[in-house]
Design a protein around this ligand. Structure first.
Ligand SMILES: [Zn+2]
Length: 210
């Protein structure tokens, strides 16, 4: 992706273009996301609705397999029925609380129960597993507030199933953790080489001027 050279301070979104010719998305992430590069990828290429696992095996999105991603689970209270439900999902954010507005977090009494960070492929695998299990066990329970974006991803679960689901998710994350750490290490190395190169070329330019 390419950041367009416009920076209007910490309150205005920063325009970006995706460079993938199959995507070409234009979007303006908030400045904090631009500074914290852990959260910093084209949302169309990396995120939400693309849950098919084949994209990690072939085609132009194979690279996204290693991108950091977060799987989360919230307890959420339906304000109409007062029922406690469980909302799962994924986000690019390191901190899942940033995925929801303060009004939603407070209004629905949302409590973060589980947060796993790992490779996008692994997090997608965990989310797909939740969906499959929930369908098999008929756990989906529609949230009553139509304006809530995740109203179809809420589950009604007993304590035992909840513990089983969380234990399974933790195990999958753990089994892939060394791979994720290795990717992160290599990524930081590449980033450092890039910075070093830029610093040395700037020094070169300065000495030419003198
Ligand atoms: Zn894109």
């Amino acid at each position: 992706m390419k950041r367009k050279p416009v920076w209007k301070g910490l309150k205005t979104g920063v325009p970006h273009d995706c460079l993938s010719d199959k995507c070409l998305r234009k979007w303006s992430p908030p400045p904090y996301q631009v500074i914290v590069n852990d959260d910093y990828y084209c949302p169309s290429c990396v995120l939400h609705h693309r849950n098919n696992m084949n994209r990690f095996k072939e085609g132009h999105l194979v690279w996204s397999s290693h991108v950091p991603n977060t799987f989360y689970l919230f307890q959420i209270t339906d304000p109409q029925t007062n029922k406690k439900l469980f909302k799962f999902g994924r986000t690019q954010h390191l901190d899942s609380l940033k995925r929801y507005s303060t009004a939603e977090l407070k209004g629905y009494d949302m409590k973060l129960l589980l947060q796993l960070r790992g490779r996008l492929e692994t997090m997608t695998q965990i989310e797909n597993w939740w969906k499959e299990q929930a369908e098999l066990m008929d756990l989906f329970s529609r949230f009553s507030d139509e304006s809530f974006h995740g109203l179809t991803e809420c589950l009604e679960m007993d304590e035992t199933s909840l513990e089983d689901f969380m234990a399974y998710s933790n195990a999958i994350e753990k089994s892939d953790r060394s791979k994720f750490e290795e990717w992160n290490r290599q990524y930081c190395e590449r980033l450092q080489q890039f910075i070093d190169k830029r610093v040395s070329s700037t020094i070169g330019e300065q000495s030419n001027v003198e």
